[in-house]
Design a binder for this molecule. Structure first.
Ligand code: AMP
Ligand code: MG
Length: 308
C-alpha cells in the first residue's frame, strides 16, 4: 500500500507542469501597474485585471466624470455600491485611527494648493480657515447606503488609499484563481505573496526619494518578501517649492497646509495594502516622532522613514 502511494505521488509530480512566470504591466490611476505571478497554466489575466481597475475607477476616481465619488461630491442622492461602502468604511477607520492625520475630506484643500494641475490660490490664513469649515471626516457618514454630510460643501477624496485598495482587489482576484505566488504593484503600493518555484522570495525595491520629480526611479534598498503588503508615501514626486521650502501634496488636515518637514518618504509594511497606504499618508503628516506613537498601537506594522 505504501509503495503504491509513493508511486502515485511520483507520477503525479512528474506529470504536473512547472509553473510559468506571467508578467504584464499597464496604466492605472495616473501611474503604472505591474503584475507578476507563477501559474502552471500560464494564463494571462490582464483583461480581467483591467476590468477590475476600470470598475474601481467608476467607483472612486475623481478623474472619471461618471464615478460614484463624483456623484457624491456633487450631492446627488444615490445609494452607493458595496465597493464604495467598503472603501468609505476603511477610509473612515483610517481617519479615526490616525486622529485625522489621514482624512479623506481634504480634497478641496489639495485642489486649492494647486496639486491637481490647477492654478494655486493665494491662500491667506482666512481662506484656509474657510476651507477647514468643510474639511473633517467627522462631517460625513454613511447611513443606509447614503452619504450624509453635515455641510454640502464637504468633498470626498480617496486618493491616499485608492492604489493600495486596488492592489488588494487584484490580489484577491489572483487568489480566487488558485494562484499562491504573485506580486502586484500599483505606483509603488505592493502586495507580495508566496515563494517562487526555486524557493526564493520576491525582491521589492524601495525607491530612493529623488532630488526632484523628474529624476528617474532609483532603488534605495531591496526587501525580500513572501508575505507582505507595503505602501510608500512621499513628498518628492508631487510638491511645489516656495521660498526655498518644499511643500508636498500631502495636506495636514489640522492646519490645512501642505506638509513641510524633512521627511521625504515613509514606507509602511502591513497586512493589507489599503492599510499600509492610509498609514503611510498619515505618517507623512505626523512626521517620524509622532508616528512612533501610532506605531505602538499597531504592533504588526513596520515603517521606514527617509529624511532629507
Ligand atoms: P498618498 O500618495 O497615498 O500619500 O496620497 C496622496 C493623495 O491623497 C494626495 O494627492 C491627495 O489627493 C490626498 N491627500 C493629501 N493629503 C491627505 C491626507 N492628509 N489624508 C488623506 N488624503 C490626503
Ligand atoms: Mg497613501
Amino acid at each position: 500500500m505504501k509503495t503504491f502511494f509513493f508511486l502515485f505521488v511520483l507520477i503525479f509530480v512528474s506529470c504536473s507542469e512547472s509553473p510559468q512566470l506571467v508578467r504584464f504591466s499597464g496604466e492605472a490611476q495616473g501611474t503604472y501597474y505591474a503584475v507578476s505571478y507563477y501559474d502552471p497554466a500560464g494564463t494571462n489575466y490582464q483583461p480581467q485585471i483591467d476590468s477590475i481597475l476600470d470598475a474601481f475607477n467608476f467607483v472612486a476616481s475623481l478623474w472619471e466624470p461618471q464615478s460614484e465619488i463624483n456623484a457624491v461630491n456633487a450631492n446627488r442622492d444615490i445609494v452607493v455600491s458595496s465597493l464604495f461602502a467598503d472603501l468609505f468604511a476603511k477610509a473612515f477607520w483610517a481617519s479615526e485611527q490616525t486622529g485625522g492625520a489621514f482624512d479623506f475630506t481634504v480634497g478641496p484643500l489639495v485642489r486649492a494648493h494647486g496639486f491637481w494641475q490647477e492654478a494655486r490660490e493665494a491662500l491667506t490664513e482666512e481662506k484656509v480657515s474657510d476651507y477647514l469649515d468643510y474639511v473633517g471626516y467627522e462631517k460625513v457618514q454613511l447611513r443606509d447606503g447614503r452619504i450624509i454630510k453635515t455641510d454640502p460643501r464637504v468633498q470626498l477624496d480617496f486618493n491616499a488609499i485608492a492604489k493600495g485598495y486596488s492592489v488588494d482587489l487584484i490580489g484577491r482576484f489572483l487568489a480566487s484563481q488558485g494562484l499562491a505566488t504573485y506580486l502586484v504593484d500599483i505606483g509603488g503600493e505592493v502586495l507580495a505573496r508566496g515563494r517562487k518555484p526555486d524557493g526564493s522570495k520576491w525582491r521589492i525595491g524601495i525607491e530612493e526619494p529623488s532630488a526632484n520629480a523628474e529624476s528617474g526611479r532609483e532603488v534605495r534598498r531591496v526587501l525580500e518578501l513572501d508575505q507582505a503588503a507595503l505602501a510608500t508615501s512621499g513628498s518628492y514626486r508631487r510638491y511645489y517649492e516656495q521660498d526655498g521650502k518644499r511643500y508636498s501634496h500631502t495636506i495636514d488636515p489640522r492646519t490645512g497646509r501642505p506638509v513641510a518637514h524633512t521627511l521625504l518618504s515613509v514606507t509602511v509594511l502591513d497586512t493589507a495594502v489599503w492599510r499600509a497606504d492610509a498609514l503611510a499618508t498619515a505618517m507623512m503628516v505626523l512626521g517620524e516622532e509622532r508616528s512612533a506613537e501610532l506605531l505602538k498601537r499597531f504592533p504588526d506594522v513596520e515603517a521606514f522613514f527617509i529624511n532629507d
